[in-house]
Design a protein around this ligand. Structure first.
Ligand code: GTP
Ligand code: MG
Length: 374
């Protein structure tokens, strides 16, 4: 009977798949296991490579996700896609040593522990072979911050190598945030029942082949994840991101307006003295388009990084749709402010409510029509 499923999220790991399977096979001999590669349609053909091995080794399975990215959500979907009573998650690049799996399994099946995880910072662990002292330092800092915010007291809550009973996970899977977060921390911070966690020291290795995907966005994703756990239930994370980008757009519009007026008027430009109405309106229109484009690019990179539009045509089409959405949002914004003012609200209150309603409108519409599938 199937005892263990090992979930390996992958993105561009083609060269590591065969070796990873070999190492799992060696480490788990005598156990009934399966491995699920959850691949986000990697351009290097990772999923094909896993399917090639799966043809002759049915213990190897593949989930290929189209149009989506994200380590945490890949791990969750993998863990929900198996009948195995115990599930593990680990990196597919060889940094996590599969030799720990049998001990972890023994701990979880003994009933004494709910979660087993491998820590880079436990007694007896090492990060020397990783060869990245900068990242070790950054991880240490992130760990301290994560412990503070979530109250999860582990030596390495950011570890991506852990195991637990599938039932524990499935009971709360719908409440996990699954965004840019180290998934173990997400689970421990979400599940109500206190989980008994067994720690295993890990010799964290350097990746076998290929490139790191997390370097560039790791800090941003980490902060987003913390926010999600902290305030995400009150103001949804994506809306908070969208709003922050929008607020930055206000600054951009101001700056662009100043610049455009300067360019249009040259010598005659005196700050605080707008020339004719026509010049002002032309300049402000240009500034608004610049700010809107800025917002579009930032939302595409950050707010919707998991659904990012790529390639010239999709990006231009997205930009045009975003422009349409925003002009409707502007009508909502100005219109509701006018209505509220007519009803006797204070100017300032009317404007603020107008901005909020306009943003909600922009957010709702653009998440559907610009970055959504419909
Ligand atoms: N499905 C999926 N897997 C991902 C994604 N991003 C990263 N991964 C996988 O998650 C694991 C960890 O990512 P890495 O790029 O190795 O991150 P890291 O271990 O912090 O960085 P390195 O130390 O440079 O390896 C690897 O198996 C990646 O292939 C993603 O968006 N989707
Ligand atoms: Mg790695």
């Amino acid at each position: 009977m199937l005892q263990l499923a090992v979930i390996l999220p992958t993105y561009n790991e083609r060269k590591n798949i065969a070796l990873m399977v070999e190492r799992l096979d060696a480490a788990l001999s005598g156990l009934a296991w399966e491995a699920i590669f959850v691949d986000d349609n990697s351009p290097d053909g990772t999923a094909d490579e896993a399917r090639r091995i799966s043809l002759t080794d049915p213990r190897i399975r593949v989930i290929e996700r189209i149009g989506r990215r994200g380590l945490a959500s890949a791990a969750i979907e993998g863990m929900c896609a198996t009948a195995a009573p115990v599930v593990a998650v680990m990196d597919a690049d060889g940094q996590h040593d599969p030799a720990l799996l049998p001990q972890m399994l023994a701990a979880v099946t003994s009933g004494d522990w709910d979660v087993a995880y491998a820590s880079r910072f436990a007694e007896g662990a090492s990060t020397e072979a990783w060869g990245r002292p900068d990242r070790v330092k950054a991880s240490g800092l992130a760990n301290r911050l994560a412990r503070r915010v979530t109250g999860v007291q582990l030596s390495d809550p950011m570890s991506g190598f852990f195991m637990l009973r599938a039932g524990t996970l499935r009971a709360d899977a719908h409440r996990l945030s699954g965004v840019g977060f180290k998934i173990l921390l997400d689970i421990l911070a979400t599940v109500d029942a206190p989980l008994r966690v067994k720690e295993f020291p890990l010799n964290f290795a350097a990746r076998m082949e290929g490139e790191s995907k997390l370097d560039r966005t790791v800090v941003f994703e980490f902060l987003v994840g913390l926010y999600d756990k902290w305030l995400g239930r009150i103001i949804p994370t994506r809306f908070a991101l969208f709003g922050t980008v929008g607020a930055m757009g206000v600054g951009v519009q101001m700056g662009a307006l100043w610049l455009v007026l300067h360019l249009l008027l040259g010598e005659r430009f005196v700050y605080g003295h707008w020339s004719s109405n026509v010049t002002f309106n032309v300049a402000n229109t240009i500034a608004a388009v610049i700010a809107m484009s800025f917002n579009f690019v930032l939302n595409n990179e950050l707010t919707y990084s998991d659904k990012r539009l790529r390639g010239f045509v999709p990006v231009m089409r997205g930009w045009a749709k975003f422009a349409m959405t925003c002009s409707l949002g502007l009508l909502t914004n100005v219109g509701s402010a006018a209505a509220l003012k007519a009803m006797g609200f204070h100017d300032f209150v009317a404007v603020i409510i107008g901005i909020v309603l306009g943003s909600v409108w922009n957010f709702a519409l653009s998440s559907k029509f610009v970055w959504g599938k419909y």
